[in-house]
Design a protein around this ligand. Structure first.
Ligand SMILES: Nc1ncnc2c1ncn2[C@@H]1O[C@H](COP(=O)(O)OP(=O)(O)OP(=O)(O)O)[C@@H](O)[C@H]1O
Ligand SMILES: [Mg+2]
Length: 316
């Protein structure tokens, strides 16, 4: 039994002239890993699978599913959800992936980050019942590999419509993604600081969720709420898995150190990323300048932390 999805296996079988070792090399995945996956000896990590798909697409492979969708969620405000979504998106784009960043927060922080205040089209339009929009009207191109689906306060105006739809109110975003997934390698969702139906839509539409945690007492206490919501949603969206917690705005203090180990004890079943995001003024400055921190100053602690976190995320 091979360890690849049927469509990739079929594509490789139908294109026997493609050199497996050449593909491994182009994708930058370990030598022999694709051969082992074909032979059924070893699974490819999520990151290596995405790298493989990116290369195979150059040879005409059409991914039936498309992007891996990840929500960056925590109902606690100000824990660096937006900064993390922007900077992880940028790190993925720098690795050659095509990324869509979806702003699902009516505060529109990610959209304002890219200078978008007045919007012609936004994700709320596509989520409305009987919508009539073109994908091109919804997406803003930041560069060849990074696109944004923006939002502003109008996103709040669809709340009553979502709440009154008992059948599909939770799945409107998921339906929008059916059209967008084939065009991207990753879709990252910047969630609002709430546990309302917008966050439920984000979780229903995702394959996984990343939880930024600021190691402060009030932040750690509130985590049970988002963890409980994820558990509830995963009973109806079986694809949803928790990627893990990652620490943000970390200071080199005894308090932060202590709180980080408390989290490990409280949630033994949830992965905690090794890589922490240190408090670093470059992250805030980059945000002020409307840039990601890697472009702003690639040598800053913030840039290095986000690049390493992204590598840990996709390479497992
Ligand atoms: N590593 C960091 N070092 C310094 N400042 C940071 C860092 N990460 C984020 N910030 C700053 O902290 C503030 C809050 O970050 P951000 O807006 O990303 O949080 P959020 O969780 O998205 O907030 P909200 O819940 O309101 O959406 C911002 O001013 C941001 O620039
Ligand atoms: Mg935010």
């Amino acid at each position: 039994m091979n360890e690849l999805s049927g469509s990739i296996f079929k594509f490789l079988k139908n294109n026997e002239a493609l050199s497996i070792s050449g593909i491994e090399l182009q994708a930058g995945i370990p030598k022999g890993s694709l051969q082992k996956a074909i032979g059924g000896y070893q699974k490819l990590s999520d990151g290596n699978l995405q790298k493989l798909i990116t290369v195979l697409k150059r040879y005409g492979y059409q991914d039936e599913g498309g992007a891996k969708i990840m929500a960056i969620a925590n109902n606690k405000g100000g824990v660096a959800k937006t900064a993390s979504t922007v900077n992880i998106s940028s790190a993925l784009r720098n690795l050659g992936y095509k990324v869509l960043l979806v702003d699902m927060d009516p505060q529109g922080s990610a959209s304002r980050h890219f200078g978008l205040y007045e919007l012609e089209g936004q994700i709320a339009d596509a989520m409305r019942d009987g919508h009539d929009y073109k994908i091109g009207e919804l997406l803003y191109k930041i560069d060849d590999l990074l696109y944004l689906a923006p939002s502003n306060l109008n996103l709040e105006s669809i709340l009553p419509e979502l709440q009154s739809d008992d059948v599909e109110g939770n799945q409107r975003l998921s339906k929008v993604f059916n059209h967008l997934r084939p065009h991207f390698d990753f879709i990252l969702i910047d969630c609002p600081p709430s546990l309302n139906i917008l966050t439920v839509n984000c979780l229903m539409a995702s394959h996984s969720v990343l939880i930024p945690v600021q190691p402060e007492p009030h932040s750690i206490d509130g985590l049970s709420n988002i963890v409980r919501l994820i558990k509830k949603v995963s009973s109806v969206n079986p694809h949803l898995k928790v990627e893990g917690f990652f620490f943000t705005l970390v200071k080199n203090t005894k308090l932060h150190e202590g709180l980080m180990s408390t989290l490990e004890e409280e949630y033994p079943m949830i992965k905690i990323f090794e890589q922490k995001i240190r408090q670093n003024v470059a992250v805030a400055e980059a945000c002020y300048e409307g840039m990601d921190v890697i472009t702003y100053d690639k040598n800053s602690n913030g840039a290095q932390d986000y690049v390493a976190l992204t590598n840990e995320l996709i390479n497992g």
